[in-house]
Design a protein around this ligand. Structure first.
Ligand SMILES: Nc1nc2c(ncn2[C@@H]2O[C@H](COP(=O)(O)O[C@H]3[C@@H](O)[C@H](n4cnc5c(=O)[nH]c(N)nc54)O[C@@H]3COP(=O)(O)O)[C@@H](O)[C@H]2O)c(=O)[nH]1
Length: 535
């Protein structure tokens, strides 16, 4: 595997694993953190809600005391005063009843209880003179306990439940209001442990003991505090529940990311990406196969053939990558690099042998592109060449859409470039192309050359092709000539030029220049007298 691909492969693996592991770890961390935060926020909120209700209940009591003081409504505990008390009690949402207290005895109330109830010493007396009794029982209402507040002889009777009933029936949270003075529990739900009070020093506090997470918050008067607590096992349960939602979500996100990384890596490891990489990193080079004049044995030019040497030294055949470049829309970039390389390589050749030609293969896209001619002109300028030094080899596929190819071909021919139809006879409409385009050369495909000398029908077709070319005035270049017998048959049939392993395999430009020199010396022809391949 090429080094850059190995890097992509390893990088993709690491990124893929991280894409799964990081979200997984993050979801576990966040479940823990957010779970903790949510429980803490819930406990604090419950403390706040409880204290707000306590305050509302107290404010309602104070309002009733003020109202009765301002307007007693008649003699104490008389029918008129009780009627007034009933109206006031009905309006107070946190209070059950209103009554009178004299010498720590509840003498009458809107509950309508006949017997006076001795309350005993109050649990607490506030600075404003309000006295509190926290767990008062009425014999007539067995099992129920009430909080009673008294100021200036008037009493407000409240059920402690009303204030603390903010928990859902199945709640695992414990909640209480405690007196800050003596830590007496004023109202509570669930388990409240006295050792928690010891930690409370008047400021909001959050702590964990072995079994519970506890939040304590003081009231605004400082007389009482709210405690909300949840068992650690229930906190863990909450974290687990959150984790069960977060982990699959993050894991799914991670897997999607890993999938995207995989797809990206596949794309970057794809053949198309290899081609792009080859283009960017100039992994292509050119070799040149000599084209011989059969009558004289002289080398009159060469076909430029591209080669791809990957960074690991592996060669890829143009039979593989040229169709792939065509399919992936990269062929024009490939041809551009071919032209640049030919321009570089051919400068010395053209200087030493000005009448030789270089044949360049053009794909359909190249033949259809209006930029082609400008690129050819750049090639001429860079190589110091004339247009007659360049032969354009157009495959049948490139000629398939005349409305696209014709204009370019007419234009390049009028600029002096020569045009050959390559692989003639291998497509479906070879003859129709000859009728459609003005061409200079016809290249007889190796398939027909291979059959020469045999009884195969292809051999007969080869002679028909030669006939057609001759009748149209096209010069012929036979491809893939490997034997002297093939060469003799072609020469006898009037084919002017040939290329193939019999003469020379594709070679670097340096070798081609030497090859041409050798052939010149053999033929004893001064270089400047090498005949041109004229149409
Ligand atoms: N668009 C472009 N196409 C190109 C370019 N360079 C090459 N090609 C096309 O790729 C196909 C394969 O080319 P390659 O492997 O280079 O094969 C060429 C010769 O090496 C081979 N050949 C020549 N003589 C012989 C022989 O005697 N025996 C034998 N077995 N093979 C021989 O033939 C190929 C030349 O084919 P052609 O182009 O049809 O003349 C091929 O289709 C190339 O066209 C490029 O730069 N651009």
């Amino acid at each position: 595997m090429q080094a850059h691909k190995q890097r992509i492969f390893v990088g993709a693996w690491i990124a893929g694993v991280l894409a799964v592991v990081v979200p997984l770890a993050l979801s576990l961390y966040l479940s823990h953190r957010w779970g903790d935060e949510r429980v803490t926020a819930e406990l604090r909120q419950l403390d706040t809600d409880l204290l707000r209700r306590v305050r509302a209940s107290r404010e309602q009591s104070q309002a009733i005391f003020e109202a009765l003081k301002a307007e007693p409504g008649g003699p104490a505990c008389g029918p008129a005063q009780l009627a007034r008390m009933r109206v006031l009690a009905a309006k107070a949402s946190y209070l059950q009843a209103v009554g009178r207290i004299e010498d720590e005895v509840l003498t009458c109330s809107t509950l309508g209880l006949e017997t006076a109830i001795r309350l005993g010493i109050p649990s607490r007396v506030d600075a404003d003179g309000t006295a509190w009794w926290n767990t008062v029982e009425f014999p007539q209402i067995p099992g129920a306990k009430f909080n009673v507040a008294e100021r200036e002889g008037y009493a407000a009777i409240a059920s402690p439940d009303l204030v603390i009933d903010i928990l859902k029936p199945d709640s695992v949270i414990s909640l209480a209001q405690i007196s800050t003075r003596d830590h007496e529990i004023i109202r509570s739900r669930g388990t409240i442990l006295p050792e928690w009070f010891a930690r409370f020093e008047g400021e909001p506090i959050l702590f964990e003991d072995d079994e519970y997470l506890v939040a304590i918050q003081p009231s605004n008067t400082g007389n009482s505090a709210a405690i909300a607590a949840m068992k650690q096992s229930d906190v863990s349960q909450r974290i687990l529940q959150l984790g069960l939602r977060l982990v699959p979500l993050y894991l799914l996100g991670g897997l999607l990311l890993a999938g995207a990384i995989y797809a990206l890596a596949r794309q970057r490891l794809s053949f198309k990406a290899d081609l792009r990489y080859a283009l960017e990193h100039k992994q292509f080079y050119m070799v040149y196969q000599p084209v011989m004049e059969l009558a004289t044995g002289r080398c009159v030019g060469a076909e430029a053939l591209i080669r791809w040497n990957q960074s690991d030294g592996q060669m890829v055949s143009p039979l593989v990558f040229i169709p792939a470049a065509e399919e992936h829309g990269l062929i024009q970039q490939v041809t551009l690099q071919v032209m640049e390389m030919v321009a570089r390589d051919a400068a010395d050749l053209i200087r030493d042998y000005p009448e030789t030609h270089i044949a360049i293969n053009f794909s359909a896209e190249d033949l259809h592109s209006p930029e082609t001619e400008a690129r050819l002109q750049t090639l001429l300028k860079d190589a110091g060449a004339a247009s007659s030094n360049i032969l354009i080899e157009a495959t049948e596929r490139g000629l398939m859409t005349p409305e696209k190819a014709k204009a370019v071909l007419i234009s390049v021919r009028s600029s002096g470039f020569k045009v050959a139809i390559d692989d003639f006879g291998t497509g479906n409409s070879s003859l129709s192309y000859l009728a459609t385009y003005d061409l200079d050369f016809l290249k007889i495909d190796k398939m027909f050359v291979d059959a020469l000398g045999s009884d195969a029908p292809t051999a007969r077709v080869a002679f028909h092709i030669i006939e057609i070319a001759r009748s149209l005035g096209l010069q012929m270049i036979a491809e893939g000539v490997e034997t002297q017998a093939q060469c003799d048959i072609l020469t006898g049939a009037g084919v002017q030029y040939a290329q193939g392993w019999l003469f020379g395999k594709p070679m670097p430009m340096r070798s081609l220049v030497e090859f041409i020199g050798q052939r010149h010396r053999l033929a004893d022809v001064p270089p400047e007298h090498v005949p041109a391949t004229t149409a």
